[in-house]
Ligand binder design. Structure first.
Ligand code: GUN
Length: 291
């Protein structure tokens, strides 16, 4: 079969942002509250600067207040923790996002644990991780949320599906497993040390790749008719005549699209969903705090 349905993450993200903007307007009208998202960026990581700029622009476009703290690369952990403590107390701030990675003198775990769980719109705080795992509310991380929304655009009810996640990170693989369990999937978390990985991925009705290895998942790793969600964003080495290398996912797209029934592209798949879900987490946090 040629020509899987290409899942348009840009379009779905736009719909999510539209809903967020309506909720922001309702919160302003009914409660006089304008949700505020504060992003903290330490150092000059160029990829982080691009992400952060996009986040600010989209936050404002949804009618929320975006603030940014740019700190020098040599910022001490104590100074960053003091800023987080101030933001935790600031009633105009409903979401706090400390951009990762942090410089090596700063312990990321300590910073994540210092953020008030109610304002932890990344969903990285152990209290939110635990709440999401037990089903006791909590804020779920943005990228896994985006993956589930995209999967449900082709299969509104995921009940009973064999879901295989390749990748076991705290930010994507593990929380994605929790969200898919909640959707009644049978979930396998595979990873780089899984024995006979292609054999495992071929069982998947829903295959989600989040390993950070360019085009690792080949076409013959995909079960015919599967839905494939590709979380990876990898830049290849530039080829002759290219200024920059191409962006590719963790899935060999051209091969997989011949086998799958639906697949997300890279770019334009999961990527745009992450910020859209961050905005959704922020308006939800504002409503939970003030609504
Ligand atoms: N760096 C890359 N992605 C993310 C993210 O989703 N949240 C944070 N805090 N940092 C990141």
């Amino acid at each position: 079969m040629s020509g899987a349905q290409i899942i348009d993450g840009k379009q779905v993200a736009q719909q999510v942002r539209g809903r967020v903007a309506e909720e922001v307007a309702a919160l302003k009208r009914d409660h006089g509250v304008t949700p505020g998202l504060t992003v903290v960026l330490v150092g000059e990581n160029p990829a982080s600067q691009v992400y952060v700029r996009n986040k600010s622009r989209q936050t404002e476009a949804a009618g929320m207040v975006s603030t940014m703290h740019k700190l020098p690369a040599e910022t001490s952990e104590a100074d960053l923790l003091a800023l987080v403590a101030d933001l935790n107390e600031d009633p105009s701030v409903h979401g706090i996002l400390v951009q990762l990675p942090l410089p090596e003198q700063i312990d990321e775990t300590r910073v994540i644990e210092a953020i008030s769980p109610a304002k932890d719109v990344d969903g990285f705080h152990p209290e939110n991780v635990g709440r999401v795992a037990t089903g006791a509310g909590g804020i779920a991380p943005c990228t896994p949320l985006g993956c589930v929304i995209l999967a449900k655009t082709v299969q509104p009810d995921l009940t009973g599906m064999e879901a295989v996640i390749v990748g076991r990170s705290n930010i994507v693989g593990k929380p994605l497993a929790q969200l898919l369990l909640k959707e009644n999937c049978t979930v396998t978390i595979a990873h780089s040390r899984t024995r006979d990985l292609p054999e495992v991925t071929r069982r998947a009705d829903l295959l989600l790749a989040a390993v950070g290895r360019a085009e690792m998942v080949r076409g013959d790793w995909v079960k015919p008719g599967a839905t494939v969600i590709d979380v990876g964003i990898n830049r290849l080495e530039p080829q002759p005549g290219e200024e920059k290398g191409r962006l590719v996912g963790d899935v060999a797209f051209e091969e997989a699209r011949e086998v799958a029934s639906a697949i997300t592209p890279v770019p334009g798949g999961v990527g745009p969903m992450t910020i859209a879900c961050l905005l959704a987490n922020t308006v939800n946090a504002a409503r939970a705090i003030n609504g």
